[in-house]
Design a protein around this ligand. Structure first.
Ligand SMILES: [Zn+2]
Length: 256
């Protein structure tokens, strides 16, 4: 909730190439480092376009890639990501300071505890659309996937995208298509964590899609519809800490 209040309440709208985005990135990087993670910045181009009806300029954006130093070339690993940008008109509390807040809580919880495999945490830039269709969104995660070496691709065992995880009482677990072994695995984790959840298919609207389109395993947590979606009323009061907790417990059970 600190992240939700800071990113949406103080910084506000932060399309991927803007000064506000870089202020948000500086803050998230600081939090990750405070929790003991090493952060590198991956720069990529975010093109000009129309984002949810509002023209936006192009420019450089960044992904923040955090590790604990335990990822080894060719060895299996897991990834959890959340997009940090917003559409121009929304302060982005639920979409997606909620996901970033959950990501930071996971960073804190896994700092000194082992996960079953090495873990990479990523805050993605420029997830939000800059035009119509698949080629005009998810720029940060596409740049991340494009930057993976063949060996890293082959050894990635699963990527979970946290996107709008603070609204509702039931946690959506969505895959692009059926069947998805990873979705079943994450649903099993939700069960162990006693988190009420619902399985969705045809879920392509988040950063996991960039992985799946390249043949890598990805699922999305979150996405319950809400009235303030991509709107100036997407403010911190929209986010329910209990739904954030359900998300965090599910991811921790999956990582354990
Ligand atoms: Zn989103």
């Amino acid at each position: 909730m600190d992240a939700v209040r800071h990113l949406a309440g103080e910084i506000g709208p932060r399309p991927g190439h803007t000064r506000a985005y870089f202020r948000a990135a500086d803050w998230v990087e600081e939090q990750l480092e405070r929790h003991g993670w090493q952060v590198t910045r991956q720069r990529f181009h975010s093109p000009p376009g129309v984002s949810w009806g509002v023209p936006v300029a192009g420019g450089t954006s960044v992904n923040l890639v955090a590790t604990r130093g335990d990822v080894r070339p060719g060895e299996p690993w897991l990834a959890v990501g959340a997009h940090l940008d917003t559409v121009p008109q929304a302060p982005g509390a639920e979409d997606n300071a909620s996901g970033v807040g959950a990501l930071l809580a996971i960073a804190e919880a896994t700092r000194d505890s082992r996960t079953r495999l090495p873990l990479v945490l990523v805050a993605f830039g420029s997830e939000e659309p800059r035009g119509e269709g698949d080629e005009h969104h998810h720029y940060g995660s596409r740049a991340y996937v494009a930057g993976l070496a063949g060996q890293e691709r082959r050894s990635l065992r699963g990527m979970v995208s946290l996107d709008r995880v603070g609204v509702g009482e039931v946690l959506p677990i969505g895959s692009v298509s059926e069947p998805s072994a990873l979705r079943a695995e994450v649903a099993g984790a939700a069960e162990r964590a006693r988190v009420p959840h619902v399985l969705e298919t045809g879920q392509a609207s988040s950063d996991h899609w960039s992985f799946v389109r390249d043949g890598l395993p990805g699922v999305r947590l979150g996405g319950t519809s809400y009235g303030a979606y991509h709107d100036e009323t997407d403010t911190p009061d929209v986010v329910d800490p209990a739904q954030l907790a359900r998300t965090i417990r599910t991811v921790l059970a999956w990582l354990r």
